[in-house]
Ligand binder design. Structure first.
Ligand SMILES: [Fe+2]
Length: 373
């Protein structure tokens, strides 16, 4: 059956050979003939064959020189070339393959075999093109998939950011509500968060707690620190707003804001998925009044049994309490607060953390806390 749209170019300086080849292949393919390599290049400007049958021994430009030029030209380099030649020695054949020919047929040839080999190479070419199209399609699909994934990541990142902002806004509101009840400590939450941030920043440069801190999400940690006194929400106004020192019974009641805080956060955890944010918040609420020597509350934990977050928060919390005015005490100066905190090294506070505190406490000097009229 005739292959209407498959063109084959035969290049040979021997006109008889050209005629024989054309008669063998012309019944099935569109055959173009060129009596020289130069003529072949002229014809290639207008006809792009699916296959070239190329003689080697030709005057002016031989087949080897011609294939070299073909393989250099981007427009022609993919046209398969079969050498059709009288050179039957293996060195010539090897040279032909080395220069990029797909086959090497020696003259005289069997018409049936020539036909078959041309057919095989054209079929391989068709398969190769199909494969290239499949690869291009696959690459295009992969590109689309990558774009889809990128868009999805972007959407997830935006949603996550929105959730984070909402979480922070709700949290800030809860923290403000607690602080509103306990107005005498106005600004305490914001200031302790800031002091905590300075301590954490410095601590990340140190070696001693690096391993533990590397696992922390610092943004979440700082946000969650705002809930450290959330348990005060269940402390009665009589105690919370008492304009003077608390007696033993009242102080014991006040101490419960730590365990209440943990309970409040556990209640949130029960109706939401557990997350680092709530885990951090629970640690802050439950351990910021523990002391290094075990004399703190609510559990009386000592040393490294107190979570590191709680040990850091203890310093920020006490520094702010000391430098803030309360109805029952004046605000201590930065220097006085420093002296008191340094004297608690190894008793109230983690000694390693106090070394860091001492080094950077100058950065804590914040505006004095407001005191209600
Ligand atoms: Fe507290």
């Amino acid at each position: 059956m005739r292959e209407e749209h498959i063109a084959i170019m035969i290049v040979d300086d021997n006109i008889t050979n050209l005629k024989i080849c054309k008669s063998v292949l012309g019944g099935k393919y569109d055959v173009f003939t060129a009596p020289s390599a130069q003529k072949m290049f002229e014809l290639l400007e207008y006809n792009r064959p699916s296959l070239i049958l190329l003689d080697i021994n030709m005057p002016e430009m031989n087949g080897y020189e011609a294939i070299k030029l073909l393989k250099k030209a981007p427009s022609f380099q993919n046209i398969p070339v079969i050498f059709l030649t009288g050179n039957s020695d293996s060195a010539s054949e090897l040279e032909g393959f080395n220069l990029g020919a797909v086959d090497y047929i020696t003259k005289p040839f069997s018409p049936a075999l020539l036909h078959k080999r041309v057919e095989v190479h054209l079929l391989m070419e068709v398969q190769k093109k199909k494969l290239e199209i499949q690869n291009e399609t696959l690459e295009a699909q992969q590109g689309e998939l990558r774009n889809f994934n990128d868009n999805l990541k972007q959407m997830v990142a935006e949603k996550s950011q929105a959730v984070l902002e909402l979480q922070n806004a709700i949290l800030k509101t809860v923290a403000d509500l607690v602080e509103c009840r306990d107005d005498i400590t106005g600004g305490h939450i914001e200031r302790t968060q800031r002091i905590l941030g300075i301590l954490l920043e410095e601590l990340t440069k140190m070696d001693f707690y690096r391993e533990q801190m590397e696992a922390w999400d610092m943004d979440l940690l700082l946000q969650s620190s705002q809930l450290h006194d959330v348990g005060k929400i269940v402390i009665s106004d009589r105690i919370l707003l008492k304009p003077g020192s608390l007696d033993v019974e009242e102080f014991n009641e006040m101490k419960k804001h730590t365990t209440f805080g943990v309970m409040v956060i556990e209640k949130i955890e029960a109706s939401a998925a557990a997350c680092d944010f709530l885990a951090y918040a629970k640690i802050f609420a439950g351990t910021h009044h523990e002391k290094w020597d075990g004399s703190g509350y609510p559990q009386g934990l000592a040393g490294e049994a107190i979570p590191l977050q709680g040990r850091i928060m203890a310093i920020a919390d006490v520094y702010d309490a000391l430098t803030s005015a309360r109805p029952y005490k004046r605000a201590f100066s930065h220097t006085q607060a420093m002296e008191i905190i340094l004297s608690g090294k190894g008793t109230h506070f983690d000694p390693l953390l106090i070394e860091v505190f001492e080094k950077i406490a100058g950065r804590f000097t914040l505006p004095p806390a407001r005191c209600p009229a």
